[in-house]
Structures are given as C-alpha cells and as structure tokens.
Design a protein around this ligand. Sequence first.
Ligand code: IPM
Ligand code: MG
Length: 366
Amino acid sequence: MPSLKFTVLAGDYIGPEVMAEALRVLDHVAAREHLALDCTEAVVGGAAIDRHGSALPEATLRACAAGDAILFGSVGGPKWEKLPPKEQPERAALLPLRKHFTLFANIRPGLLYPELADASPLKSERIPQGIDIVCIRELTGGIYFGQPKTTVTLPDGDVQALDTMVYRKSEIERITAAAVTAARSRKKKLCSVDKANVLETSLLWRKTVTDYVAAHAPDIALTHMYVDNAAMQLARDPNQFDVFVTENMFGDILSDEMAVICGSLGMLASASLGARQNSRGLPFGLYEPAGGTAPDIAGKGIANPCAQILSAALMLRYSFGLDAVAARLEAAVKKAVTSGVRTGDIAFGRPAVGTRAMADAIIAAY
Ligand code: IPM
Ligand code: MG
C-alpha cells in the first residue's frame, strides 16, 4: 500500500496542541498497521494571517490539492477579532476551503459512550445507552454562501443587511445521496430537517428529499421534521434520531446542540466530503474536530485531543478506505476514556489528565 498522503492544517490556539497529539497517535497506528504516512504541514487561519497576510495562502491550497485528504485543527480567536469580519480566519479560511474543494457533505457523529453519560447535561435515564446519532449537514450552500450578501445604507438613512438563502435541486439531491449512504450503513432511518412551513428553500428541500428517496432509496425509512421541533426533540430524546440531514445553517446550530448533549465538544469529530475523488478513487475530504480553538485553555496543555484523533480516524475510513484501522483507533479512544483517563472537560470530579497523557493512554490502548 502506498503511503497515506495528507495535508495538516493545525491552525490557531489549541489547534496545534491537539494536532501534535493526533499526529503522534497516527504515527503509532501507522507503525502497528505497517502503513507509511506522508504528511505535509501548511499554515492556515490566524497563523497564516500573521505570517503571510492571508488566512488561506495560495501555497496552502496547493499543498491541500496535492494530498488525498486534509487533517484540519481549528482557526480563529480573539487575536484576530479586530479585523473586518470578511478577513477573520473563520470566514477567510474555513469557508473558502470548504467551497474550494466542494466539500458539501459534513458528517458529524454524535456519540456519547454509556460510561460517559454523566458528562451529558441530559438526565442519564433519558440516555441509558448513551447517544449514537449522526448529523449530515449540507456545507457549501444555503445562507452561508448565497448572493447577494451585503450591508447598505438606505435612502432614508436606515441601514439594511441582507443574506440570501438559496438552494438548487441538484445540491439537495447530492446531500440526500450522502445521507442515504450514511443511513444504509446504520439503521436505514433518515430524518430530514427543514422549515417547510415558512421557507421556500425548505419546500424545495422537502420535495427533493422525498422524491430522491422514493426513486433511489425505497429501503430507507424517511421522516421529516421542522427544525424548531428537531432542536427540542434532540434535547428530549436524542436517540429517536439515527441519521438526520439538514441544510447548512440548521446543521451548524443542531450540531452544536448535539455536541453539548454528547458531553463535550472535545469529543466530537467531523468529516467533510465532496464531489472530488482523491488519487485512490475515494472521497477527498477535510477532517476537523467540531470544537473550535478554545482560546481560554490554549497553551495550558489541557485540551481534549480526542475529537482531533477521532477526526483522524474518520480520515482513515473515508479518504483512505481503512475501515478496520479506523474502527481500531475509535475503539482505543473509547477504551482509554472509559477506563477513566479523562481530560478536564469530561472528568466530572475525577482527576483530570492533560492533552499529552490523554494521547498516551490512547496509544497504550491501541
Ligand atoms: C462549524 C463552525 C463554522 C461554521 C464557523 C467557524 C464558520 O461553527 O464548523 O460548525 O459555522 O460552519
Ligand atoms: Mg458550528
């Protein structure tokens, strides 16, 4: 097997701290599994603004295009908050990166081990089995990218801002196809989340999802839910969902809710896949923790590296086709955490370990 070629974009604040541990874990996995790693680091986000004056330098894009996947940390934070919004790392690096590689399918597993149920703000009797659901978020369309997107001063002196929520049928069809694939690999249950009682885009969404599943996936049990109700149902009984699929902004909001009911943002991984195939004929993807840069704990060596490590596992699965290796890595994370080795965010009264010790425990469990 040729070496695994991917680009590492660690980013800002805790990004490089958790990335360093994920790479150390990957080195161990590679040695055990007789795999060779070929990873190239490139700058992104605030770090790239400081060094090159741009959050997403051309050279970084070129480095990403040369690999089969991107392992991403996180970008942004208070240091760059004074920049104009359009130049801030999140908007100037992460969103263009998603768009550039057409990474339209964002897969966010919401996983809470039963042993960690006390880390969830939900009462444990609501989640005796923990939580195991998947959010599929459309990632390159909707109100994030729709044009026009402007702020203007009106003739009467008032100021008006405008965002545009726009979807094409073809965009909805391709995210539905991705959701169907995810549902087929699990319980064959799919819930589509929209706001079809108010929004035109949601009317098209609901009709397109319904037609697509009827024509191409009659084996899938499809349901629909309004997004406000979905937010409530997630907090009430998350496991009523198995896979849910939704548009970009709804998915952004619901996936943060999912993260908190799953105990900690520090545990949640994500994969963003696109239309593009990599040199192995598998999906080119970007893999990132759902958590962000956590400036408040950066530099202290206490951040939870699990989400970054689980994101690396998703990379092994989707972009390198190494399903069994990915499953072994996920099992090692679970074993380490459930045996009681935990960073502060999931320690809940137990003694907490630091970032490096958490990774050491995962390495020992692999
Ligand atoms: C996420 C983040 C991003 C988003 C931000 C950082 C632009 O919240 O990945 O969920 O809104 O997509
Ligand atoms: Mg978000």
